[in-house]
Design a protein around this ligand. Structure first.
Ligand SMILES: Nc1ncnc2c1ncn2[C@@H]1O[C@H](COP(=O)(O)OP(=O)(O)O)[C@@H](O)[C@H]1O
Ligand SMILES: [Mg+2]
Length: 212
């Protein structure tokens, strides 16, 4: 992979001054512990992760940042394409199918076991809530590349909605089902958590786990 740092530099040149891009690359090389002169695919992947971290500190404009990250991702030949799996959820068995979808995407994206477990736990909690409280809905699991690599889970239903959300998220609410992580636990497991819910609106929970 000769000249890969030159190609990274070529991308950064559109977004950062010479001094800043040099330091982003030097710092990335150090953090990722790669040897510039003999880089393998896995080294490149680690280097790109570090360079993207650096870029996030210095490219403040969101649109520019996304453009820069997506160009960097194009340098990563081995990166699997982002994709989405949609599962209709009515039964406990559908929840298992959604879990399998999550597992599949995690493996494809080389997610660690620890993160994979968190992700499938979140899918179970959100899926069981759909089955139990809304009757039916859908879960989508997506791998995303920008602005940061992540796995996103979106659980959607047209059920009765949640009226006491603040209480539930504060931890005052006692779950009827005891041991589950619930919504609060799911929030704690994930890096980003968004919920839109209310009577007549149904419930949409979107969570993301960042993959570094
Ligand atoms: N998709 C949903 N639609 C309607 N109500 C929901 C939904 N998800 C959760 N809830 C309500 O929020 C409460 C808290 O959910 P959760 O934190 O998962 O704990 P648990 O399911 O153990 O009660 C549920 O008891 C239920 O009343
Ligand atoms: Mg629950």
């Amino acid at each position: 992979m000769i000249g890969i740092t030159d190609r990274i530099e070529g991308v950064l040149a559109q977004f950062l001054s010479p001094a800043v891009r040099k330091s982003v690359i030097d710092c990335g090389v150090r953090q990722a512990r790669v040897d510039r002169d003999s880089m393998r695919e896995a080294d490149l992947r680690r280097l790109l992760v570090e360079v993207k971290r650096g870029v996030q500190l210095f490219v403040r404009d969101q649109v520019q940042l996304e453009r820069c990250v997506s160009q960097l991702n194009e340098l990563d030949y081995a990166a699997p394409a982002p994709r989405e799996i949609l599962v209709d959820v009515r039964t406990e068995e559908d929840v298992l199918r959604a879990r399998s979808a999550g597992r599949e995407l995690c493996i494809e994206q080389m997610v660690s076991d620890v993160l994979l477990t968190k992700i499938v736990t979140a899918i179970s909690e959100l899926g069981r809530n759909i089955v139990r409280y809304a009757g039916s809905g859908e879960i989508s699991v997506r791998s995303i590349m920008s602005p940061q690599r992540a796995i996103e889970i979106c659980a959607k239903d047209q059920g009765p909605g949640i009226t006491n959300l603040a209480e539930i998220l504060s931890g005052k609410y006692r779950s009827r089902h005891g041991m589950g992580a619930g919504l609060r636990g799911t929030k704690a497991l994930m890096d980003e958590f968004d919920i839109q819910t209310g009577p007549g609106k149904g419930t949409v929970v979107t969570v993301r786990k960042l993959l570094g």
